[in-house]
Design a protein around this ligand. Structure first.
Ligand code: KG4
Ligand code: ZN
Length: 463
């Protein structure tokens, strides 16, 4: 319908209009949702309505032209761990994807050293973004918007991506979309599986998070479970480090590989939180059990696995396999219960999405596929490259929100270096499922930002 316009409007000619059409956002969202058409410089409704930061802007809808969703091109920038950027078209076409890994730093320091990581991010971010544009045969002028992760994660690292995104958006007068990292892990599943409609369930497993959610709708998530201490990725990384594995690709892939040589039944680790009939997770206790097993098998983590004797290697492989079996069994048990809970809330669910770095593990995928089939659901697991942190998921989530009119206007081109960015290091995705609340939770609640869901739902109610 609008194809003739596509070349000229692939970049939105933006300005910051005075609100002139005061109709409600929710009514325009209803009409927009089924159609792949979005307003040009449209319903401005920021993700950050409740924030005190200056990233927040909420303008009323203004329709002056329409752009087909397919014609959008959004650049996604993500610096919460590695530096990644990607350009994605509204129809889901991935135009480019660039990742500059911080694995070398991780291996050297055995974890994230925030200041070092910030420096490394700052050194490569310009290059990563430029490469993402070049590979897509684009210049910033061709973009419709810039999406960037604003949390959760380390402020020092997030800041590098946000600064770059705002600079670019300011220079080229582009709207900007602040993205929740875990929502991006979840929604990238809708890029690869176009049949995936809300509501669905998601298990999001990464280095810092273990989340079981019911995704009601875009921006509306119920948290069925979370970790009370460590995430599974952290447990993989620590176990890999203690087993003297090569951490240059992060610990998870190295441990998965070694586990294939081992006997998963050889060491009887106990499954976490058996006595708690909820959907929360805990990996701190399993880490302790692994540490004890490593001590009792006289494994010296200082000796890399490549130099270990065959008997030593065998012990390490047995620990790796036994750890992996129980770590994943914990996921299976929690998913089983979460499916039961989710069906009570939303009987129509058909899919379980499994995403986040740990979801690139083949054993994890196979075991969860079994759980999902047993419960007559379908598993949606993005390809490994889209499970680990990537700019595509950020760009795609940007597209999803942009099409709902949730974005901020272009920042000023001459924004001062000292500008205080809206960063959300501790930012829940959804509201906790009240019936599932557990006494085992010992989560720290200080300085937590209101959840993405509560912000969006509250802003919808205001309209
Ligand atoms: O989502 P992600 O890339 O970054 C975070 O948001 O944390 O996840 C990184 C985590 C790391 O802990 C890494 O060891 C783990 O995902 N991971 C894996 C595998 N690939 C990455 N864990 C187990 N098996 C894998 N194949
Ligand atoms: Zn991640």
């Amino acid at each position: 319908m609008l194809s003739s316009l596509s070349s000229t409007i692939s970049r939105l000619n933006l300005f910051c209009p005075k609100p002139s059409i005061p109709h409600s956002l929710s009514s325009c969202l209803k009409t927009l949702k089924p159609q792949p058409i979005i307003p040009r410089w449209s319903c401005l409704h920021s993700l950050s309505t409740h924030s005190t930061s200056r990233l927040s802007t909420s303008l009323k809808p203004q329709f002056d032209a329409l752009v087909s969703k397919d014609d959008l091109v959004v650049l996604g920038i993500e610096t919460s761990c590695d530096d990644t950027a990607a350009a994605v078209r509204g129809n889901g076409e991935i135009l480019s994807q660039v990742v500059s890994s911080q694995a070398d730093l991780l291996a050297k320091y055995g974890g994230v050293a925030p200041k070092m990581a910030e420096e490394a991010h700052s050194q490569v971010i310009d290059q990563v973004v430029q490469e993402a544009l070049d590979k897509a045969n684009l210049t910033a002028r061709n973009l419709s918007a810039v999406a960037v992760t604003i949390g959760p994660g380390l402020s020092l690292c997030l800041r590098v991506g946000v600064r770059k995104a705002r600079k670019l958006a300011g220079s080229f007068n582009l709207p900007i979309i602040g993205i929740h990292h875990m929502e991006a892990h979840c929604l990238v599943a809708r890029l690869i599986e176009r049949e995936l409609e809300f509501p669905f369930m998601a298990l999001l497993i990464s280095g810092g998070h273990n989340l079981l959610i019911l995704a009601h709708d875009l921006g509306h998530y119920i948290q069925l479970g979370t970790t009370i201490d460590d995430a599974i990725g952290e447990a993989y990384d620590k176990t890999a480090k203690w087993l003297g594995l090569d951490m240059s690709r992060s610990g998870g892939p190295a441990l998965e590989e070694l586990a294939q040589e081992g006997d998963a039944e050889s060491i009887k680790f106990s499954t976490p939180m058996k006595q708690h009939r909820d959907c929360n997770f805990s990996y701190a206790g399993l880490k302790t059990q692994v540490r004890l097993a490593i001590g009792s098998h006289n494994i010296n983590p200082e000796i890399p696995i490549s130099s270990a004797s065959s008997q030593d290697r065998r012990s390490r492989a047995d620990i790796a396999a036994s750890f992996q079996r129980v770590a994943v069994l914990h996921l299976e048990e929690r998913c089983d219960r979460a499916i039961e809970w989710a069906r009570k809330i939303e009987p129509s669910i058909k899919h379980l999405v499994v995403s986040g770095g740990v979801a690139s593990n083949q054993y994890v995928r196979a075991r969860l596929d079994h759980v999902v089939k047993k419960n007559n659901l379908q598993l949606v697991c993005p390809p490994p490259k889209l499970c680990t942190d990537n700019g595509v998921m950020v760009a795609w989530t940007g597209i999803e929100h942009f099409c709902m009119g949730r974005f901020d206007p272009p920042p000023p081109a001459d924004e001062h270096e000292d500008y205080v960015y809206d960063l959300r290091p501790r930012w829940p995705l959804g509201e906790e499922y009240a019936e599932g609340r557990s006494e085992a939770r010992s989560l720290r609640t200080a300085r937590i930002h209101p959840s993405l869901t509560s912000i969006i739902q509250a802003s919808l109610q205001q309209q």
